[in-house]
Structures are given as structure tokens and as C-alpha cells.
Design a protein around this ligand. Structure first.
Ligand SMILES: *[C@@H]1O[C@H](CO)[C@@H](O)[C@H](O)[C@H]1NC(C)=O
Ligand SMILES: *[C@@H]1O[C@H](CO)[C@@H](O)[C@H](O)[C@H]1NC(C)=O
Ligand SMILES: *[C@@H]1O[C@H](CO)[C@@H](O)[C@H](O)[C@H]1NC(C)=O
Ligand SMILES: *[C@@H]1O[C@H](CO)[C@@H](O)[C@H](O)[C@H]1NC(C)=O
Ligand SMILES: *[C@@H]1O[C@H](CO)[C@@H](O)[C@H](O)[C@H]1NC(C)=O
Ligand SMILES: *[C@@H]1O[C@H](CO)[C@@H](O)[C@H](O)[C@H]1NC(C)=O
Length: 392
């Protein structure tokens, strides 16, 4: 008798899992006290963008409180040193932080970063980006998700690759395309057009969220200022699955029709850093666009003069990050039948064990088969309720 009365409950449990299963499940979550355990600290000068900084090692970053978890909010904080007095010299390197995930994430991944404050100010150049493994840049591919300089009022997104990857015409995005050839020095560049995507305004609006979908069908990047974060993202937890049904158009779209993603992008590690000056923020003509000519007596050094002195220029040069989360697409599977519980436990098994199973392929947004699966699930749910009532 007991097994029979539990049957409707069992059916509901199976169906509940089936109904809540969406397109993406959590693969890695970087948040809270363990945020920094999944990242390596660079521990060297800036030998790629040539900023006047030293990216310190983990011990230095921890002891100087340049990287820590805020005990009150649980958010990850990454700062630029703003207390060391550095006299003007021929070589100036202010301590800051660059961290890279230990793991790399392949096509089929979806990366979400929830940020409350981005570093900004004259000479400041923060970036959240990804870099491919297994080879040299740019063969391995690079995705710039958050990147801006000085007092720029908007974020910029770009892909970098070897020759042959382009942004397709009319890609279906809200951002403004600047360049379409991903091999150019600036990459294939898209400027944010939504308000409050960078600088002081970003923080005043309560921050925001970026999502980056690396899919065989293309690379897609969304930005939402805090008030516009869709419910699916705002309510997501480290345990819940995610679908993209309420996301709207991305800021930047790079459909595979003009760039074969798996050919130009190796598995990508995530990178967070802040540099000062360097080959973009420190170029005098670019610096002058949002920061003027500076106060330096030596015009050639006016941008670097921010780095000199007691660091009071860097009181806003910090990241406050609620979480970085990497999701992995779930293969479209036939609906779990009441007799088979294996299908309904598969998704949670993958998320908790970090299974490295083969990545499914195919487009991932709003599949007709998902809708079919859902309607079939509802049919089964109604059926199980009828069974339940019949048993009572
Ligand atoms: C930067 O320096 C590090 C440490 O010496 C080195 O491993 C890396 O290859 C250098 N990168 C470039 C692009 O030169
Ligand atoms: C800043 O860095 C650039 C690039 O490494 C270097 O040429 C310049 O001398 C540095 N400036 C100072 C004042 O350290
Ligand atoms: C893309 O840029 C690269 C590097 O500048 C250049 O060699 C190539 O010809 C460009 N491709 C097109 C189609 O313009
Ligand atoms: C997508 O997620 C929303 C909640 O965020 C949920 O209401 C909806 O049923 C989900 N759709 C699918 C197809 O899983
Ligand atoms: C740091 O330097 C700035 C500009 O030189 C000065 O206005 C400020 O009072 C100094 N702050 C401290 C704490 O010494
Ligand atoms: C240094 O920056 C922090 C934010 O990272 C700020 O709270 C603090 O007041 C700044 N200190 C000085 C001396 O400017």
C-alpha cells in the first residue's frame, strides 16, 4: 500500500525536476569566502598592455588588502594600491592585481558576472576578459567583456582572433558596432549604448550584470544595469539552472555565420585585472579625450603623473563583485519517463561533480523542443494528479 500511495509523489518529484530543468546548469561558482581559491595571481609586471603597475602575487595582494572578501557583504574586492607614496622616477609601478581562473571553459559555456563597482578614474584601465589556452595569442582567441579607460562613459566589448573571424552584418544586437574585423588591433568592437555601463554612473545605478554565451551558434554578450537585470538572472542561485527566455537582445552578437567559433576560440580562462596608463589608457591623445592634459610639468608624462604621489587618484579604482558563475549548456534530452529517474538526476549530478562530459552542440535559445518537452511534462503532471486523486 505504502509504495502505491507514494507513486504520485514520486511522479511529481520526477516531473518537478523535469519542469525546472532549463538550458543551462551551474558548472563553477566563484563567490563568497572561497572566491579567490579558483584563481591564480599573476605576480609580475604588465608585460601585455604595459601599464605602470606590478600585478602582485597572492601573498602581497592579501597582506596589502588589494584582494579580499568583504566580511560584511561577502563580495570579492580587487583594488589598486592607493596608499603607497611613489616619487616621480623613470620607472613607476604601482601595485595592483590581475587574476586568472585555474580552469578554462569551452564552447557550450555561459559566463555571468555580477558587479557592484568597477574601477574608474584618470589612467585607470579595468578589464574582465577571457583568453584561450593551448597556444599563442591571438590564435587562441580573446573575448573582452568589460573594458574601459579613464572617464569613458560606456563599456566596450570586443573579440580578438586570427584572420578570418568577423562580426556579421545586422547581427541582432543593441550595441553600436565600431569595427567588424576581429583581427584588427582593437578587435571587432561594440560600444554599449545602454546607460550606466561604466564609471561613476555604473556604481550609482547599483552596478549591473554581464552574461557571455560561448556557443557553436555564436558568441553573445548581454549587459543589464541593476534595475534592468531580468528576473531569471536576479533570482539565479549557485544551485539553480538558468534559461535565457527573458533576456532580450544582446549588446554584442557575433554569429557563427561570419566566425567559426570553435575554430577561432580555444577553451577560455577568465581574467580580471586593473592596470594604469599603458597602451590604451596612457596614450596621450586618448587620455586627453576624457581626462584633459593633466597637471604634470612634463607634458610627455602627464598621464603617468596620476601614478606618482600618494595614490589619492585611485580611491575609486576597485572592483566589487557579487559573483562570477560559469554555466554549461544541457543537452536537449527526451523527457524523462516516469519509469526512468536517471534523466532527472543527470543535471544536478553534473553541476555538483563537475562532470567533464562531452559538450552538446546546437543552438540553445528558446528551442521548440524545450516547449514540446514542457507541454509533455504538463500532460504527465496532470496525469499524475489524476492518479493521485484516483488513489484518494
Ligand atoms: C610576461 O611575463 C611572464 C613572466 O615572466 C611570462 O611568463 C610571459 O610569457 C610574458 N608574456 C608576454 C606576452 O611576454
Ligand atoms: C610607464 O610604463 C611605460 C611602459 O612600460 C614605460 O615606457 C614608462 O617609462 C613608464 N613610466 C614611468 C614614469 O615609469
Ligand atoms: C582584417 O584585418 C587584417 C589585419 O589588419 C587584414 O590582414 C585583413 O585583410 C582584414 N580583412 C578584411 C576582409 O578586411
Ligand atoms: C525559464 O525560467 C523561468 C524562470 O526564470 C521559468 O518560469 C520558465 O518556465 C523557464 N522556461 C523553461 C523552458 O525552462
Ligand atoms: C595626497 O596627494 C594629494 C595631491 O598631491 C593631496 O591633495 C592629498 O592631501 C594627499 N593625501 C594624503 C592623505 O596625504
Ligand atoms: C583608498 O581606496 C579605498 C577604496 O578602495 C578608499 O576607501 C580609501 O578611502 C582610499 N584611501 C585613501 C587614503 O585615499
Amino acid at each position: 500500500m505504502k509504495t502505491i500511495t507514494n507513486l504520485p509523489l514520486l511522479l511529481l518529484t520526477i516531473l518537478g525536476c523535469e519542469l525546472s530543468r532549463a538550458s543551462y546548469i551551474v558548472f563553477r561558482d566563484y563567490s563568497g569566502q572561497s572566491f579567490f581559491s579558483g584563481w591564480d595571481f599573476y605576480g609580475f609586471i604588465d608585460n601585455t598592455t604595459w601599464g605602470n603597475v606590478t600585478f602582485v602575487d597572492q601573498n602581497t595582494a592579501t597582506s596589502q588588502r588589494l584582494a579580499y572578501v568583504d566580511p560584511t557583504t561577502g563580495h570579492a574586492i580587487l583594488r589598486v594600491d592607493n596608499t603607497t607614496n611613489i616619487p616621480p622616477a623613470t620607472l613607476v609601478n604601482r601595485p595592483t592585481v590581475k587574476i586568472t581562473t585555474k580552469e578554462a571553459f569551452d564552447v557550450g559555456s555561459l559566463i555571468i558576472i555580477d558587479v557592484n563597482h568597477l574601477p574608474y578614474g584618470c589612467s585607470v584601465w579595468p578589464a574582465f576578459w577571457t583568453l584561450g589556452i593551448n597556444g599563442q595569442w591571438p590564435d587562441v582567441g580573446e573575448i573582452d567583456i568589460i573594458e574601459g579607460i579613464n572617464n569613458l562613459p560606456f563599456n566596450q566589448i570586443a573579440l580578438h582572433s586570427t584572420n578570418g573571424c568577423f562580426q556579421a552584418a545586422n547581427p541582432g544586437q543593441s550595441g553600436r558596432t565600431i569595427t567588424t574585423n576581429c583581427t584588427l588591433p582593437e578587435g571587432c568592437l561594440v560600444q554599449e549604448t545602454k546607460p550606466n555601463s561604466f564609471g561613476a554612473a555604473f556604481a550609482q545605478a547599483g552596478g549591473g550584470v554581464w552574461a557571455t554565451q560561448i556557443d557553436v551558434s555564436g558568441i553573445y554578450i548581454w549587459f543589464w544595469s541593476r534595475p534592468d537585470v531580468p528576473r531569471s538572472v536576479a533570482q539565479a542561485t549557485a544551485d539553480s539552472s538558468l534559461n535565457l527566455t527573458d533576456w532580450g537582445a544582446p549588446t554584442a552578437s557575433y554569429p557563427a555565420s561570419a566566425c567559426t567559433i570553435s575554430k577561432f576560440f580555444q577553451p577560455q580562462k577568465l581574467v580580471l585585472d586593473t592596470t594604469l596608463c599603458g597602451t590604451w589608457a596612457g596614450v596621450p591623445s586618448i587620455y586627453a579625450q576624457t581626462c584633459g592634459q593633466g597637471q604634470s610639468a612634463k607634458p610627455r608624462l602627464f598621464q603617468v603623473s596620476n601614478v606618482f604621489g600618494n595614490g589619492s587618484n585611485y580611491g575609486n579604482a576597485w572592483w566589487d563583485i557579487s559573483y562570477v558563475r560559469v554555466y554549461r549548456v544541457v543537452a536537449d534530452q527526451p523527457p524523462a519517463l516516469p519509469s526512468s529517474t536517471g534523466g532527472s538526476t543527470g543535471a544536478t549530478g553534473l553541476s555538483s561533480t563537475g562532470d567533464n562530459g562531452t559538450l552538446p552542440t546546437g543552438p540553445v535559445q528558446a528551442r521548440p523542443s524545450s516547449a514540446m518537452r514542457e507541454s509533455l511534462s504538463w500532460t504527465l503532471l496532470v496525469f499524475s494528479m489524476m492518479v493521485s486523486m484516483w488513489l484518494m
